[in-house]
Structures are given as structure tokens and as C-alpha cells.
Design a protein around this ligand. Sequence first.
Ligand code: SF4
Length: 740
Amino acid sequence: MTEEQGLEVKKSMCFFCKPRCIQTVYVKDGRLVKVDPSPIKGCPRWRVTGEWFYHPDRLKFPRKRVGEKGQDKWEQISWDQALDEIAAKLQETREKYGAEGVAVTAGTSRTYEELNSRFLNLFGSPNQVGQGQICHGNSAVVATMVYGWWPYWMSTEKLENTQCILMIGRDPRPSHQTIWEGMLEAQKRGAKLIAVDPRRSSVAARADLWLQLRPGTDCALLMSMINVIIEEELYDKEFVTQWCHGFEELRERAGEYPPEQAEEITWVPADKIRAAARMFATHRPSCAIEGMGVAHQPHSLGALQARHIISAIVGNIDVAGGEELLGPAPFITEHEIELAEALPEEQRGKMLGADRYRLYTWPGYDLIQRQNVERVWGKRCDMYGYTCMATAPALYRAIAYGQPYPVKALITLSSNPMVTQGNTKLVYKALKRLGFYVVVDYFMTPSAELADYVLPAACWLERDFLFNYHNTTPVMIAGEAALPSTVPGEYDRRTDFEFWRGLGIRLGQEEYWPWETVEEYYDDRLKPMGLTFKELVEMGRWAPERKYKKYEEMGFGTPTGKIELTSTVLEQLGYDPLPRYKEPPESPISTPELSKKYPFILITGARFLPFFHSEFRQVETLRKMHPHPLCEIHPETAKKLGIEEGDWVWIESPRGRIMQKCKYFEGIDPRVVHAQHGWWYPEMPGEEPWLHGVWISNINVLTDDDLDHCDEALGSWPLKTLQCRVYKAGRYEAAPPLPL
Ligand code: SF4
């Protein structure tokens, strides 16, 4: 199709999931005609772009609550009225409770995230939270602490050159198909594949070696592999001597994890641990790719430290096919936009969680990024919120109980904490107790139902976007808005750029919001490269020439200038500088009494198609592909419990119970159960008590966010190491009234 046929052809950036494909979009008279197929073969979502965009339930105009909270009664208002009233409420809250009484929560990169931070830093609040601690944030912080930069995790180039892939707790087939396809190509040319996963994931099914470990024991497993590599002298002696700090201390600590001992902890046979260590160390360059299996642990620090150390000791750093440290982008980066230092010193100390989870919050950020990374690289490696963010469980407690101080106002951007945040009961209590709650999203959600204002967000088809993999790489891609975000009389949606700028101007931040449009904002950021946003859209992608082993000229961005096998940052922050395995707070070993009642290890969070976290349940085409939440149980276990495949079952933890459908799965240990995350039922009523069925199948009703159970340095909460029991739902309880 061409412009002669009256069609405009636009290049937009799809946000439906992580790869951020540049999609060709055809538009006529301001309406979407079609979208070209996704470059990702297995993607099920591009086909429903129109169905999603024109879904009757998509939010169209700002709305303000008129009934009681949770009654789903609203009046339509204008954007100006909404912004005026929200700004006035934020100002009132700041005057009464201090700026820290206002917080922001955002989801998985649906927004101009650097602008959330910019607004909040200028406003004076340190309390921005998100999913960073249970997403790539943990890895970003730990990698930057160990290497002085975060290796480019989305890199498919490294897969083109690697000889061995160590995939830890990651299944890219449903979660990140570009990595999946790169991995398949690597295998075709002979690269080895090691999978570390308690489930027989798509990766595990294709692996040369599958290490089926007990959930939450990754640190012990990796330290044991490090032990083998050191004991058998398979490490890169020259690199370690010249470029690594603290090797002897590491040798001593790894000595505590001989494979036979690790087998007892991890359930992985000692000979497999040895084989994996040898494979990883002798097929170089090798690379490790970790996923949420590691981030979702109560002690993710040790596991992530070990994951980065294992790459370092075999010399896989900043080489083709290894851990690529690409350095900062040559344009104005996200951290420069965030204005982190605009947050007054006194306010930084008030960041919720900064007193105990010091690595992820201000103390660690200052030490890692400002004092070291910036010193060496000239810029920081700071994915938004992935290196400096308040801790969500601490925030929800502050809202619910006013401790250590009250938080009274919350803004949620394109996220759904009632479904995606651990411990839904606490989140519910907090959202109900909030003095003031604003949600900006695409659809009504269980969280939005508890808001005072709900504002319609412009989606990827309605907004320009510039993406450089969160400033971990100088590679840049750009997508343009294909459709108007406002059609008079039909809908009036705005980008979060317009939202934050609108609030900023009303709250005395005028001088910091000089750009009238997103395009102007991006033009300004690209100026140092002599490019405009439109030119970058035309180019599609900009990437510098790869240069490796840059450390030979500049060292590493760490306090010692070397890779820190023993972390001086952790020492300075008062933590153990080396990885040490710790038993999860809830496990057959640490809580044997509890485990009598709840005998199975519950894991959650494995990605599955066609959904993306809590999204797309209202899109009929996709829902028909996957109508119900599924709980994977080993057939042996299920039969003992009298559960047939397809039965609705109750999954119960010490915190509550929910219902999902049983799926027999031989690829899971009989002692482990996996339940899907992200489930709610948009088709069910929005008002309380239904809240779109948020209590029926939502796994976070069962998860734990006790502050003592979160990672001591990172603040991540456990999603993979919970105890549960499972039983068949009664005849009249089963099959909730789901119309689809
Ligand atoms: S849904 Fe994901 S894989 Fe599919 S086109 Fe969009 S970004 Fe690419």
C-alpha cells in the first residue's frame, strides 16, 4: 500500500512487550488501517493492534470519582480541570505532610520514565517505586557495582559470537523473542546451552545441560560452579590478576560450596554442576543471561553477584560474545533529564527503604553511579529507577500505617499494583487509605477502580518515542506517533510528557519544562549528535561501531578501577562483600513446621503468551487463546491429591488462597508448583467487592512482602520461594462465572 492510495505509512515503536519492535503502521484519515507483521516470528500481539486500539473499554476522557471509593461511579471532566485539581491536591499534600507524602508508581517501561523522576525530584519527593526490584533493576545495580557498567542484556549481537550461553531463570521464548531467536541461531552454529531453571522451560528443553534446581538456590549453584572453575584452574589467570579485585577472598568463599554440598542445597547432582562449570569455562567467549528467576528471590543479591562474577573470572568481559560494556549514549541521557541532584539532600535520606535496602536506594546510587561510574565513563548508567528507587513494600506500609511517616497521595502510571505488586491485601488497604489517588492508564483496572481521578494514557500508536535500552547502550531506536491522541468528540488522551509538564507548570517548575511537544524534547536531547528526532525515525536505528576491551584504556567504573569480585561498595554500605547462599525465609528447611501444612514450594512469574504481565485479558482474540489461569503441577503430585488435569484448584499460602486451573506438567519437580501471575477478569464488575475479579486468581494475594523477607540490600520481595498447599475446588466453588 502506498501514499497514492491515501494511506500514510508510519514507523512506530510497539510497547506491547519488551523488544520494542519498530512497526510499520498504515493510517487513513486518522484511523488505523493495518499494521505489518511483527519482525518477531512468534509474536501473537501485533495481530490484535486494531482490536486493542479500538476496544470499547479503552479509556477515552479523564474521569473523576463521584461516588465512594470503589463504587465505579465517575463524571467526565476535561484535562485542564483534571490537571488543575490534581496540582492543587499535590500542593496541599506537600504543605501538610512534606513532599515525601507524594509518591509515584510506574510499570514496565510504558512511560517517559525519566520524566516521572524529573517531576518528582523537582517536586522534592524521593518516593518513586516500580517493578525494578523484581525486574532487571537488581541485575542492573549489581552488574554496575561489579563491572562499573551494566552489560547490554538485550544484545543479540553477543549471541552471534558466543560459544556458550548460561541462561539462568530466563525463558525468552515467551518473554523476549529476539533473545530466543538469537539463542536458536547460536545453537545452530554450535554454541552450547546451559539452562538453570526449576521448570523445563523452552530453553531447558533445548539445552545441552539442564540444571533443575530447587527454587531460590541459584547462589549456591553458581558459587559451586565458581568453585569448580577455580579448583580446576579453568579461570583466566591473566585477566583475573590484572583486572579483578578480591580473587583470593572469592576463592576462599567459593571453597564453601563443593559440588556435593551444593547438591544437598540445590537438588542438582554434583556431576552436573561440574559439567556445567567446565562447559561454561572452556567454551569461550561464553555469556550469562539471567532473568526473573534470579530477581524474584528473597536473597537475589548473592545470586546476581555470583552470576556476574562467573563471567568475569573466565575473562568474558567486554569481548564480542561476552558481557559487552557499551558505555553511554552520545546524546542527552535519561539521567541528565532526571535531575537526580535536584532532590534536596535532606529528602534523599527520606527515601522509603533507604535505611535498610541501601544498595538499590540513594546510598548505593550515590556510591556506584555518581562517585564511580560517572567518574570513569563521564555519564551514569542509570536505567530509570533501576539504580535509585524507593522500595515498594515500604511505600505501601507508609501509606497503610503512616510509618515511618505518612504518604497521602499516589500517582500510578500505566501499572496495576493491585495485580502486579506483592501482597495484594496490603496494597488494597493502602490504596483504600490514600487521601488522594490518580491513575493514568489505557483501561480501567482493579487499581484504577480505587482512584479519585483516572486519566486516559496515549499508547504507542499515539506517541513519539526514543529508546536507547535505558542508557545501557549507545544504540538508539525511534518510533513516531501514527495516530492522533485526540479526536474531538471521540477521545482525548495524553502522553505522560503532557501530564508531567502540565503538572510541573502548575507547580512552579516552568523553567524545567521548556519543550512544548515531545518532538521538541527529543530534538533537544539529540542535538549533541547533530540529529533531529524525525531524522532518527527515518534512520530507524543508530548504533556506533563496537569497540571492545575499553577497560584497557580507562579501567572499570568501580572504586578500585577493577572488576570487584569482592565488593568494596558492599563493604562501604555495611554488607558482606562476597556472595553467600542464604536459605529463603519460607522453605522446607527454614520453616519445617509451616511446611507440614504447606508442603509445596510455590513459584510464580514465569512468562506466558499471549499476555504481557497483567495486560490484554480484555482482548477477546488473545483471551480465547488462553482463557484461564493455569497452575502447573507434576502429574504424580496431582494424582495423589485427586486432581485431574483441567480441574479448578485452590492454591493456598499462609496469606490467603486463590483459584487456578490445573495443568499437568512433567517438567516440574513433584515438590514444586508453578502458578501464573497477572490474572484479573476485566469482564467482571468494576465496583467493590468484585474489582474485576482481582481476588479470584491473582497470585499476589498469596505472595509475601514482609520487610524482613526482602533482600537485605536490594529490597526485592520473594515471588519464587513460597510455601503452599493445593487442593481441588469444591463443586460449587469451581469455575468462577467467567463469560469467556
Ligand atoms: S508485541 Fe512485542 S514482539 Fe510483538 S511487535 Fe510488539 S514489541 Fe514486538
